[in-house]
Each structure stands twice: as structure tokens, then as C-alpha cells.
Ligand binder design. Structure first.
Ligand SMILES: O=C1O[C@H](COP(=O)(O)O)[C@@H](O)[C@H](O)[C@H]1O
Length: 228
């Protein structure tokens, strides 16, 4: 795991956007297409706004999500809406987007469709971009989730519903093995509260801080971008 430290969020965002573009470019030099899975929340917005202007063959890039709240895109909590608004613009408008939310009544009902779609795309994804909550969650792998063990299991499917993990909605999440086998895993966060969680999570894998299972996996290619 490599840690990059920045004084400003603008410097952090610009460094991650460049690192993502480099990884996509390297993948596309050897493959017809590259898959990037991105997170929601507030942190990725400045990264998306820089990344979308990078010179890449975006028509060969497939964008999907690391996780999603089980809400339609008209809901302010939709990660798909965030990606459409802030990433799939400018140069990146020609990328293909695979959202997680669909017509199913629940996240659990969508598992088979999404796992079939992701299996068809094929692992490993080229890039996975993670955030981290103050509670140590990453993707939608929350400490209190009843399906946390299933999401961390070595034989987990590519994605799993996380039901009852946090109010007010169920979630869909990539699982740990799908995340950790990516060509590159980028984790971004800012501020001293999250840094304290990160420091704890680096000590040993613990379900108290699910992000620890990414940070402590020595086989995963993880780069952390932290803004003070
Ligand atoms: O709920 C979520 O939060 C995390 C962290 O978001 P941030 O804005 O504090 O970075 C995010 O990584 C995840 O995708 C999202 O669903």
C-alpha cells in the first residue's frame, strides 16, 4: 500500500485523476476496453470533474459503481446520478455507464442481474476508486451490516446486497474480492477524523473498520490519497 499526502483537496483530486487516467491508459494499451468502478459520496466530485477532461479513448471505457443506495436516479442519494452529473460529461461523455439500480423491487432482487453483467465484463476491473466513511466503511461494506461477512468472504460473488446496513435505504456493494483484485485500487479521504480511522485500519484487518480488509491485503495494489 502506498500513501500520498496532500495539503489541499485540489492537489489530491488532481493527483488521483492523473493516476486513474494513467491506469486506464495502460489497460487500454493492452485491451479493447477498461472498466472503472467509482464511489459516490461527496469526495469524488472534484476528482470526476478533472478526470472527465483527461485525453483518453473514453468510448472504450466502461464506468460502473462501487456501491449504490437502492434509490432511483431522481433521488439526491443516487450515486448513479452523481456519476452522470459530474463524470459522464465533457471528454468522458462517450464512456459506457453501467448503473447498479434497476427495475427490481429490492437490492437483493438485483444481485443475479448485476453479477451476470459483471461476470460478462470480466474481472479484474482496471480501476476501483474507494472512499471511506468516518465509521471505517468502504464501498457499502459497513461495520454493522448483517451481510458484512458475506461481502468479505473469499468466495463472495462480485456484488452483494447490503440490507439493513444503514438507514434509510438498502445498498448494493462490490465485495472485497472484487475490489482487491482490481488492477489498481485508489482510496481517497480527507481530514484528521478519517486519518485516525485509517491509522487504526492499517494495523490489522478488523470488522470494526471494514476498509482495513483492503488496506491490509498485501496482494492488492492499493494507493491512498489523503488530504490533511
Ligand atoms: O455512503 C457513501 O459514503 C462513502 C464515503 O463518502 P465520502 O463523501 O465521505 O467520501 C462513499 O465512499 C460511498 O461510495 C458512499 O455510498
Amino acid at each position: 500500500m502506498k500513501l500520498h499526502v496532500f495539503n489541499q483537496i485540489s492537489e489530491q483530486s488532481s493527483a488521483i485523476a492523473k493516476a486513474i487516467a494513467q491506469q486506464l491508459s495502460a489497460t487500454l494499451a493492452n485491451q479493447d476496453s477498461a472498466v472503472i468502478a467509482v464511489s459516490g459520496g461527496k469526495s469524488p466530485v472534484p476528482v470526476f470533474e478533472q478526470l472527465r477532461e483527461m485525453e483518453l479513448p473514453w468510448d472504450r471505457v466502461i464506468v460502473t459503481l462501487v456501491d449504490e443506495r437502492w434509490v432511483p436516479e431522481s433521488d439526491s442519494g443516487s450515486n448513479a446520478a452523481l456519476v452522470r452529473t459530474h463524470l459522464l460529461q465533457g471528454q468522458a461523455a462517450s464512456a459506457t455507464f453501467i448503473p447498479m439500480f434497476g427495475s427490481e423491487a429490492s437490492a437483493s432482487d438485483a444481485e443475479s442481474r448485476l453479477n451476470a453483467t459483471f461476470t460478462h465484463l470480466g474481472l479484474p476491473f482496471s480501476v476501483v476508486v474507494l472512499g471511506m466513511g468516518d465509521d471505517g466503511h468502504t464501498a457499502s461494506l459497513f461495520p454493522a451490516s448483517p451481510a458484512l461477512d458475506a461481502g468479505l468472504a473469499n468466495d463472495a460473488p462480485i456484488c452483494l446486497a447490503q440490507v439493513g446496513a444503514v438507514a434509510p435505504t438498502d445498498r448494493m456493494s462490490l465485495t472485497l474480492p472484487a475490489i482487491n483484485q482490481a488492477g489498481k485500487v485508489f482510496l481517497q479521504f480527507a481530514g484528521s477524523a478519517k486519518k485516525a480511522v485509517f491509522d487504526k485500519a492499517c494495523e490489522a484487518p478488523s470488522k470494526t473498520w471494514p476498509v482495513s480488509f483492503v488496506l491490509c491485503d498485501t496482494a492488492a495494489d492499493v494507493e491512498v490519497f489523503y488530504a490533511e
